[in-house]
Design a protein around this ligand. Sequence first.
Ligand code: GLN
Length: 211
Amino acid sequence: MKIGVLALQGDFREHLQALAAIGVEGVPVRLPADLRDVSGLILPGGESTTMRRLIDRWQLRQPILDLASRGAPVFGTCAGMIVLAREIAGEEPILPLLDIRVERNAFGRQLDSFEGELQIPVLGDQAVHGVFIRAPIVEKAGPAVDVLGRLDDGRIIAVRERNILATAFHPELAGETRFHRLVATMASEHDDPGEGSGRRHHPLRRASQPR
Ligand code: GLN
């Protein structure tokens, strides 16, 4: 099983390292062809305006939307969360896969960057060390969105809607691999849905794999 990491810009190397640390093969994705045999995709932190431009330049928009619509997990961190948001305050959406509204750089000057211990119950009891760098905040989440974590003041910083997962912070910069494990688990379930899951293997994707 391979997990792609969008490698146009931003901290994709750290995501590739996090995947290596849990024994999962990570594939840098720069062109649509790189998506061909990945079972999931990670959108790194960085600069969402630059990512928007490069996603368009390399014609990655539709192939990523297709991958997500087949049920493969897609995980965005920080700028990656912005890329996935259905609404970005004051801007057009990029890959509107997640029913959230985000505001970029939402923490203002004093809190431009900060770190904190977060409770993310789906990952277990041990706190997650959250690294926030000019992070977005989730202003609104639709009814189908599971809120996975909040700041002490109640603001949402981690969400999941079916196969789409996003955090406003950077687990990949904190040696935190539990989100990557979750993505790998979701990806292997997507590859091999259990008996009775009602989901069939995608005929085109299977057929296109070399034997
Ligand atoms: N501020 C960046 C943006 O708006 C995100 C920062 C990050 O990914 N650390 O795209």
